[in-house]
Design a protein around this ligand. Structure first.
Ligand code: HEC
Ligand code: HEC
Length: 447
């Protein structure tokens, strides 16, 4: 009797659990569907809205209303395919040899494949750049640049002004990836086109005129403005493809999903990474999920001055009076008079950082271990990092002019002094480097 009752109750429990699981799955699928179509609609509406005001083709461009979800999805797919083709096509450059992928290599987290601090480009492929090539992965959540960033995260104090935050490039001077794409296309030391018209000539020669017309659903050939706007838009849409640019397939993501365990060394590294009294890395490179459950991005997007050493390998630095000061210029021009902003660069994500061969905005270090050692020893052993003055004293923060040195961050682990022990021992640095290796995409659980 009792056995029967127990069996019935168990069966009921199992059914109830299955029902709840199905409901959860449905809710999750709904959420994903809403997010995906929302994004798709946004993109397409935007794509059409961009060239539309300048459209002189008798209003032939299709209204964004009246599109079914399937049509929207197909259009996004077409734009993304176009963007992928453009991204890998060297025919868009004056040299005919340089594509976006030449600097942003998919096998290196869309960062540089080589260990050069800067890349050479331009029509003759000999014009030096000024900064290290950043990764293009996990840029989808970079907020638009703002001088005053107020956190809405769970335990953060919402009234605290976190200062300059967000924007694309190392100094946050661009807000949208389509505007970003114009920089390399037109830069004399990157893809080297003189103007948009030159890019469009190359687009037409490469057979993209018809492809773009088809993507826009037009029968007549699009004008120069529309071709250029659609090309940079397509590059943007391609870079929003989550399967390629933010797949969240690292071992750390598997750990968060309960599908992997860290080795003892990686686990020690994670603890040191988060520990306020040790690495304190997570205070800027956030390692926990967002309030809404989004996976950790390993950056808070803040623009911070770390005072990394000057890199004599950058040709622009041969001029002793030249300084790349990030937020206050000279590449960025809107804060030229804000000395308090000098030396600040955007905190990069650490996802896929182990695939890099150069580190920091000026590519000063060639090993990840050294990049971490710098945090530990910047203050306790400055002579190891910085050049010397004529009198033999150490010129701390030697890539900043004297009046900008006060901007350098002094929070832990930078709160030590000469003569004190560094924040991290050699073994602890190894642990953190091992942990950083768990942030590389493409982890496959051992069978
Ligand atoms: C010659 C090397 C080179 C080429 C070619 C190149 N880039 Fe870049 N890219 C860079 C460098 C260097 C930066 C950092 C610029 C800065 O901070 O001022 C950068 C930054 C970016 C960023 C901002 C990343 C961030 O972290 O905010 C994006 C997006 C980008 N590039 C996309 C592209 C696209 C799209 C193309 C092709 C149209 C392209 N790049 C071609 C070198 C290159
Ligand atoms: C106060 C904020 C802050 C803290 C704390 C911090 N970082 Fe960073 N991190 C930054 C900023 C800003 C940059 C870029 C600076 C630059 O290039 O000038 C950076 C760059 C890096 C880079 C180079 C990445 C690349 O793509 O070139 C690595 C590696 C790194 N951090 C690891 C760490 C580790 C490990 C810790 C802890 C020991 C840590 N960071 C603590 C803000 C911080």
């Amino acid at each position: 009797m009792y056995g029967d009752w127990l069996k019935q109750r168990r069966a009921k429990e199992i059914m109830e659990r299955a029902r709840r699981a199905r409901a959860r799955t449905r809710a999750r699928l709904r959420a994903v569907a809403i997010a995906v179509t929302g994004l798709a609609l946004l993109i397409v509406h935007d794509a059409i809205a961009q060239p539309a005001p300048r459209d002189t083709h008798g209003g032939l461009s299709p209204p964004s209303g009246g599109l079914t979800r399937d049509e929207v999805r197909r259009r996004v797919e077409r734009l993304s395919d176009l963007g992928r083709a453009l991204f890998f096509d060297p025919a868009l450059s004056r040299s005919g040899q340089m594509a976006c992928s030449s600097c942003h290599d998919p096998d290196h987290g869309f960062g540089p494949a080589n260990d050069k601090a800067i890349q050479l480009g331009g029509g003759d492929l000999r014009q030096p750049g000024q900064r290290a090539v950043p990764s293009l992965k996990y840029l989808q959540a970079v907020p638009a640049f703002t001088e005053h960033f107020f956190e809405s995260e769970d335990d953060a104090d919402e009234s605290v002004d976190n200062g300059p935050t967000g924007g694309l490039t190392w100094d946050g001077r661009v807000d949208r990836s389509r505007d970003q794409a114009k920089i390399p296309l037109l830069s004399p030391f990157e893809m080297g086109n003189a103007d948009a018209a030159e890019v469009v000539r190359r687009l037409r020669a490469g057979g993209y005129g018809d492809k773009i017309a088809a993507t826009l659903g037009r029968s007549d050939p699009p004008d120069t403005d529309t071709l250029f706007a659609t090309a940079v838009k397509a590059l943007e849409v391609f870079q929003q493809d989550y399967r390629t640019f933010y797949p969240y397939t690292s071992k750390y993501d598997a750990l968060l999903a309960g599908k992997a365990t860290l080795t003892p060394q990686e686990a020690r590294g994670l603890t040191l990474f988060n520990d306020v009294g040790k690495g304190n890395c997570a205070s800027c490179h956030i390692s926990r999920r967002g309030k809404d459950g989004t996976p950790p991005q390993f950056t808070d997007y803040g623009l911070i001055a770390l005072g990394v050493p000057r890199n004599p390998e950058i040709p622009a630095n041969r001029d002793a009076g030249y300084f790349d000061l990030g937020l206050c210029g000279p590449l960025r021009t809107d804060f030229a008079n804000r000395r308090g902003y000098c030396g600040r660069f955007r905190t990069p994500t650490l996802r896929n950082v182990a695939l890099r061969k150069v580190f920091y905005h000026n590519g000063i270090f060639r090993s990840l271990r050294q990049a971490v050692e710098f945090y530990s020893e910047r203050e306790t052993n400055p002579g190891r990092w910085f050049a010397r003055n004529a009198d033999g004293s150490v010129n701390a923060y030697d890539d900043l002019p004297p009046d900008a040195k006060a901007n350098v961050n002094s929070e832990p682990p930078f709160n030590r002094h000469v003569g004190e022990a560094p924040a991290l021992t050699a073994a602890e640095i190894d642990d953190i480097v091992a942990f950083l290796g768990t942030l590389t995409d493409g982890y496959e659980a051992p069978p």
